[in-house]
Design a protein around this ligand. Structure first.
Ligand SMILES: C[S@@+](CC[C@H](N)C(=O)[O-])C[C@H]1O[C@@H](n2cnc3c(N)ncnc32)[C@H](O)[C@@H]1O
Length: 382
């Protein structure tokens, strides 16, 4: 442990994408820590909870600044969780915090919550509901974000679970919200469910899962090609599965295929598991929380489906897609296929060709392109 600035300077994003324009700590982290300083200074052990910390700035900054113990942490993304663990080891604070799923284990009796506001309003709604439901009634939430990601709708969402939302003064293009006065929690809203009549599927979605219980239009376009996707495939991977729509659609259409649905988001994994169960294919769809399927063996899959993200956190960056395509090139058997869909302006074709193998454009509409890449021994990306 050490001085807060000293600790924050040491933080790294790894294993998340690292690049000169991507940072492990930002002005919103520093503002949240400053605005909450008085509450943190007097907090009893076990009463501080951190939600949505990107890489550990909030957790490790609060521990360093206030000598905290028994801090509870919930992070949706596995890369954030691993980055926090790595950073905590580096600064000697590993024994000061523990990670928990979003729920009573994370929040029972909490008095101070530090929150990095998520971009998805449904994600924020599920967090706000959990805090109001499980934390001490006198809990105060210190929530913050960069100005460009703050919206008026966030106040409205917070106001569904709390009676007071006050904004701090802005600083370095960031702002904090002080949230308190938790309202009595009603029946849980999350996970939400919807029936996609045209696909004959029921989708279950936790708040932070991509696209909620709706079908993304890129995903819909990719699914149009499912009869052509390596018809003799014995096994498939839905890489970056979100609510698991691709995995579950494939499993319901092909009665003997086994599918692994994998995502780094805890909300996505919980949603995909529930979606597989709701559609009666949980026996053939295994759901795994992993960073770009790092646990999948080389040469172990016939088919990979991927609708990749084009954001890294909040920044538009191709790093995540590159990481996922490289993983597909590693995990596919020779002759195996990667099917992907992307916004046509991103022009990923050359990238997948390099990382997986011979790539054909199989379809293009006004917005999206669908490609098939066949993994070849000599084409394999190393
Ligand atoms: C565009 S969404 C697609 C979700 C779903 N397949 C669909 O089509 O509705 C991309 C997904 O990739 C996941 N993701 C991003 N980076 C990842 C990584 N490094 N490892 C695993 N999943 C990742 C996100 O959490 C998100 O669920």
């Amino acid at each position: 442990m050490g001085d807060v600035d000293d600790v924050l300077r040491q933080l790294r994003r790894h294993p998340d994408v690292e690049a000169p324009n991507l940072y492990a700590v930002d002005a919103a982290d520093r503002l949240i820590l400053d605005v909450a300083a008085e509450a943190l200074a007097t907090a009893e052990p076990g009463t501080v909870v951190v939600i949505g910390d990107h890489y550990g700035a909030l957790t490790l900054g609060a521990i360093a600044g206030h000598d905290l113990r028994e801090v509870r942490v919930h992070q949706d993304l596995l890369t954030g969780e691993v980055a926090l663990a790595n950073n905590a080891r580096a600064v000697g604070s590993s024994d000061r915090y523990a990670t928990h799923p979003l729920g009573s284990a994370a929040l029972d009796g909490a008095r101070v919550v530090l929150l990095r506001l998520p971009r998805a309003l449904a994600g924020l709604a599920e967090i706000a509901d959990a805090v109001a439901r499980y934390a001490h009634p006198d809990v105060v939430v210190y929530a913050g974000a960069r100005d460009k990601y703050l919206t008026k709708s966030m106040n409205d969402v917070l106001a569904q679970s709390f009676s007071e939302v006050r904004a701090s003064r802005g600083r370095q293009k960031s702002r904090a919200l002080l949230v308190f006065g938790s309202k009595p929690a009603g029946d849980p809203v999350f996970p939400v469910r919807d029936r996609l009549a045209d696909l004959g599927l029921e989708v279950v979605a936790h708040g932070a899962a991509f696209s909620g219980a709706r079908l993304d239009i890129g995903t819909r376009f990719l699914l149009e090609f499912s009869p052509q996707m390596k018809p003799d495939a014995r096994d498939a991977i839905d890489l970056g599965c979100g609510t698991g729509i691709l995995a579950v659609a494939l499993a319901t259409r092909r009665r003997s295929i086994r599918v692994v649905a994998t995502d780094q988001s805890a909300a996505a994994v919980a949603s995909a598991r529930a979606t597989a169960e709701a559609n009666g294919v949980a026996g053939r769809v295994t759901v795994v929380r992993d960073d770009a399927m790092s646990c999948a063996a080389d040469n172990s899959a016939d088919l990979v489906l991927c609708n990749p993200p084009f954001h890294v956190g909040a920044a538009v960056h191709t790093g995540s897609a590159i990481k996922m395509f490289a993983a597909a090139g590693r995990v596919l058997r020779p002759g195996g296929e990667l099917w992907t869909v992307y916004n046509s302006h991103l022009g990923y074709r050359a990238l997948v060709e390099r990382m997986v193998g011979r790539t054909e454009v199989m379809g293009r509409n006004r917005k999206f392109t669908v490609t098939r890449s066949v993994c070849g021994l000599r084409d394999r990306w190393q």
